[in-house]
Design a protein around this ligand. Structure first.
Ligand code: LLP
Length: 421
């Protein structure tokens, strides 16, 4: 059952009305549903049941400690891309032994922190990174578990900004070069070769690109085997899309059944399957609640100016992304109802959240921008000196503030003017 739905005509998160949350905590407000997190987790858990597999939540999608802690207690590992994300995992009680460390620009201090924590592996994205990792590990008397992120050169058929598996992207090592780089990794001190990984993009709605990538990775694994290089895991990355509007999405059970079938056929049924889903675990577990400040009508356009903005949800501005917008207490639409662009107060024409939405609106109405559980708060900023909005998590009839609204003073509390005189 959807966790954000209308009950008695008013939009709820589980058993709590959004209007009540707005009264209590103010707007803009990110509202998450704990049950929706568990639902999304369940889809992966069912798809992987009985197999050697590990889900490492792509925490860049939503790194609130409460969210991390929920997934950690469900057995999740984490895909991190910075020392900051590692610190969050540890603060949330996550298991560092289930952490994979991705990213093209790992610095020496981040490598050291990850080695100290004892991560599951480094997803190495280039040859110079491999050399640095060997150096950092051997200097510290450590062994770094290594997986090479290969670029399988498949088209994920998604937005170019979030497509990462094509040759022209900055990510990963070209798959043709991979055998050579594995040989180098076998020679270098301080490294243990454990796996291979790829991540081909985000908001993917077709199984085919995954299976194309898988076939190329299987071929590579078998070639390495014939040279005596044996891998323990295969990481297929994240990228499964969610329904923002009417997308047909991939069901994890359908996709992974095919993945396991191919692995078994290749004689690789023993390999551990690692996944890095972000958006599909959290995207539809959150909404951004906002209040209409002004309605502005002109010959060309009608604007609903709300108190949330591009600093709270950058996806429309950055990717032209479509998010559903629901009135929390919808009024009947009539022939006279206009279409509105839902825009924020920021001084940029690009500050919009939704366009051409037919809604009967009054000043003071509450709107819920849907599917704001992923890449919303984590991409937020304080542009225009707007304190970041609070985050709350609903659990049945209970509400927990998982991050209070930032105060205005905190925005510049650490800033200093030059000495005077
Ligand atoms: N693993 C790696 C190495 C990644 O780079 C990403 C996302 C993920 C896993 C998780 O992918 P997901 O399952 O969430 O698709 N800000 C954009 C999305 C950027 C994705 C970046 N990498 C957006 O709002 O659509």
């Amino acid at each position: 059952a959807p966790r954000f739905q209308f009950k008695n005509g008013t939009l709820h998160a589980e058993d709590v009305s959004l209007a009540k949350l707005a009264r209590e905590f103010g707007t803009p407000l990110y509202v998450y549903s704990r049950a929706a997190l568990h639902d999304a987790w369940g889809a992966y858990a069912r798809a992987l049941a009985g197999r050697k597999a590990l889900v490492c939540f792509g925490m860049k999608a939503n790194s609130n400690l409460a969210v991390l802690n929920e997934f950690s207690r469900l057995g999740s590992g984490f895909d991190i891309v910075s020392g900051g994300e590692l610190a969050r995992v540890l603060a949330a009680g996550g298991d560092p032994g289930k952490v994979v460390f991705s990213g093209v620009g790992k610095q020496a201090w981040e490598m050291r922190a990850a080695l100290d924590a004892g991560v599951k592996c480094f997803n190495v994205e280039s040859e110079p990174e491999l050399e640095r990792l060997a150096q950092v590990a051997s200097t510290g008397g450590r062994i770094a578990p290594v997986s090479l992120r290969v670029n399988p050169d498949v088209d994920a058929q998604t937005h170019p900004y979030i497509s990462t598996g094509l040759k022209e992207n900055k990510f990963g090592i070209a798959i043709e070069r991979a055998p050579e780089v594995y040989r180098r990794a076998m020679q270098l001190p301080g490294l243990e070769v454990v796996g291979v990984d790829c991540h081909i993009g985000s908001q993917i709605t077709e199984a085919a690109p995954y299976l194309d990538a898988l076939d190329k990775l299987i071929e590579l694994i078998l070639a390495l085997q014939s040279e005596g290089i044996h891998l323990r895991h295969l990481d297929l990355g994240g990228g499964i899309g969610i329904r923002y509007t009417n997308e047909q999405v991939i069901e994890p059970v359908v996709l992974f059944e095919q993945v396991f079938k191919r692995l078994d056929q290749a004689g690789l049924g023993d390999l551990e399957l690692v996944l890095e889903p972000g958006r599909s675990l959290v995207g539809n577990a959150g909404v951004l609640l906002t209040e209409v400040q002004y309605l502005k009508h002109s010959d060309a356009k009608n604007f609903a100016i709300v108190d949330a903005a591009m600093n709270d949800l950058l996806r429309p501005t950055l990717y032209d992304a479509w998010h559903g917008v629901e009135a929390v207490d919808p009024r009947p639409v009539t022939d006279a109802t206009p279409t509105y662009d839902i825009v924020g107060p920021i001084c940029e024409s690009g500050d919009w959240l939704a366009r051409d939405r037919r809604l009967e609106l009054h000043q003071g109405d509450l709107l819920a921008v849907m599917s704001a559980g992923a890449y919303a708060f984590t991409m937020s900023s304080q542009y225009n000196s707007r304190p970041r909005a609070a985050e709350v998590m609903v659990d049945g009839g209970a509400v927990h503030v998982v991050r209070p609204r930032e105060t205005i003073e905190s925005l510049f509390a650490s800033e200093r003017v030059l000495p005077q005189g």
